[in-house]
Design a protein around this ligand. Sequence first.
Ligand code: ADP
Length: 494
Amino acid sequence: MVTQTEIDRLSAAPVTARPLLIEGAWVDGTGDPLPVLSPIDGQPLTTLASATAADVGRAVTSARAAFEDGRWSRQPPAARKAVLHRLADLIQQHALELAVLGVRDNGTEISMALKAEPGSAAGTFRYYAEALDKVYGEIAPTAPDVLGLIHRDPVGVVGAIVPWNFPLMIGAWKLAPALAMGNSVVLKPAETASLTLLRLAELALEAGLPPGVLNVVTGPGHITGAALALSMDVDVLVFTGSGATGRRLLEYSARSNLKRCYLELGGKSPNIVFADTPDLGAAAQSAATAIFRNAGQVCVAGSRLLVERSIHDDFVAALSQASARMQPGNPLQLTTQIGAINSEPQLDRNLGFLRDAVAEGGQIVLGGDRTLTETGGWYMKPTIVTDVAPHHRLYREEVFGPVLAVTPFDTEDEAARLANASDYGLAAGVWTANLSRAHRMIRALRTGVVHVNTYGGTDGTVPLGGVRQSGNGHDKSLHALDKYTDLKTAWIQL
Ligand code: ADP
């Protein structure tokens, strides 16, 4: 049972960030150190090392050497499994410390961070520890004078560039399957959420991961991240972040060694409420958490609410009531339901969206401004904008903040059309009592995930990934292993 006293004690300790992890040693970066400000109060928290292209090159060389000499890649599966289980144990043992450190760095409310960060990361390492010795090759159904074997080989060196909203959870989605399959990894955390991943790497060494198998390079995206994506010796690049950065990564791949890129690029996910929804109160409560948990800084956030016109006004009233109860507060308090905005530029960007929404004809019916300025931190009220039309910026672009766009519809066809009127295709929600309609909508929606009569529920057994400009490839489940393995055919004449 986590207590507030324990959180307060941990959060009072000064933070010293580890520098870069290369070949199992903590080494200084040769770039200018980056100051880290806490979103809770805007005050300096610590300083991060900054990796230049030369530092990144050393990290990639270390990962390549580790891969080639087999210190991890050719360990028996049982040995890799034991290390990943030990890492999961260590994450669980240090769960509260990790959660508090992460919240001080990125501002997620601690009630959510505890589950979504160390809790989920430990589960992910266990899942792939268990999976790694259940992945078989194949024998092809060839003619009898031939033996066709299909091997699944590790890809070699994986570059992983991850975002700031759930660094441990998303970091584990990339690291666990990559390491389970025997790859080496160079990890680049986000500037505003590197601390928990540096600590995770420290725990990985303690768990017995050999030096050089996991390297961590912190620093600015356009320097450190770009160097990793431009490397001639990274085989696969996995990424979660913005569409703009995703596009750059594809360019970097084309300009370097054509490394395979898997991109998870967020969304503008529609949450669709039909008038026949059995419990509209529960749907309204869920629609609020679908957009406002972690202050909307969630890639699958239900950021477009499509409501059948006959219930529109009543539903918006219920939703506003539920949302007004979710006010932002200090994310280190166990009772806080909405934490801080990760950085000041992000807060400014969110407010810019609202100015455009109003100029284009949207009505702000809840929130709309910054709050808790006296704390020095970055907080924004949960905000609901109605009368949002498909050509409005708020309908089309991902805010990545606590801003919900509401649009009415009249028919099922129109609901599907409006839902698909987006360049993105990550997630969707459908609320209805009609089973046939639910299945028709699942087929009609061009998204990677559809929630029915819930929003956001998931576990490690199902894949998460987008279509269209939400990206490609999948995190979680056994399908994630495809990204970290290559198929090799052996054609043997008998
Ligand atoms: P956001 O805008 O939400 O911060 P980004 O896509 O910029 O999302 O950030 C996600 C990750 O991508 C971070 O680790 C960031 O440092 C990294 N990144 C940003 N720009 C680049 C770039 N030009 N090349 C490689 N990585 C980058």
